[in-house]
Design a binder for this molecule. Sequence first.
Ligand SMILES: Cc1cc2nc3c(=O)[nH]c(=O)nc-3n(C[C@H](O)[C@H](O)[C@H](O)COP(=O)(O)O)c2cc1C
Length: 310
Amino acid sequence: MPNIGPVSLDNPFVLAPLAGYTDLPFRILCREYGAAIVFSEMISCHGLAYDHDKTHEMLASHQLERPVAMQIFGAEPDIMAEAARIISEHPIDIIDINMGCPVKKVVKKGAGAALMKNRNLAAAIIRQVCNNSSLPVTIKIRTGWSHDSVVATDFAKMAEDNGASGIAVHGRTWSQGFGGEVDWQTIRRVKNSVAIPVIGNGDIATYQEAVACLEMSGCDGVMIGRGALGNPWVFSGSGTPATLAERMEGLARHLHLIQKYSNPDTILARIKNHAGRYFKGVAGGSALRRQIYAASSFEALLELTYSINF
Ligand SMILES: Cc1cc2nc3c(=O)[nH]c(=O)nc-3n(C[C@H](O)[C@H](O)[C@H](O)COP(=O)(O)O)c2cc1C
């Protein structure tokens, strides 16, 4: 895996940005299990530039998770530039720009995947963010807007020309949402069209699939999102444990990191979403998930976790 700007990575496996999930404790956990670099959830440039406390809290970071990329989204170059300046005062490694989010309220404002339809604006955002930060800047895109506008290769060249140090490509168009097949051929073409590192993304569920996608696409790295939920083992060759006992070790470590690096009682719903994922595919898993969702506090969740007999 080559460097992203000056940031060197130990291996090609990357934790994708997932709103509602890739907070500080989960990012540290994934680094511990082998991810080379981790991406934050998308952070509003408006929230940063206009001092919203909740948005600034999303910049919480720790030496243990580095290298880390903080992802911002927005559609106004000057506000994105201001967000980049603010982020650059924090001890992080990369600024990533979201150019792939399909959510209506984001796209309606011209941000996220809508930028793939507006190359000039996207170029201006990349340039201004680069100009306002000494950190390397990457972008995360889709293959295009719809099947008749698969523009990822030209878009990637534009990004490289305007200063981007790397590109992650989710192999779907905006109109595909999260359905349909991942287009690894287009990801491969993107890889072959630029000199900066390209990271392929989409539907990778196991370590073995990650290795296969890496080989098939020729990419410098692969990014894993949903496949890492309740399954940080996806980043290590040993694979996902079959037994509940081993999975509980991962959950216990995750809960410990949550306790240490966040404010658990304010994010109980989010913690339950994470915790429930550890029981996917194990015997009795759905009953355990129901108990997790019924827990009334973080303490209750901890007690429940330690009382599970296996
Ligand atoms: C719940 C959820 C939240 C997501 N949040 C973000 C985000 O904040 N920024 C981003 O660029 N992509 C986001 N994505 C897209 C993922 O990073 C990734 O591109 C997509 O899920 C495909 O990869 P996967 O199949 O490995 O999950 C999100 C996806 C999901 C399912």
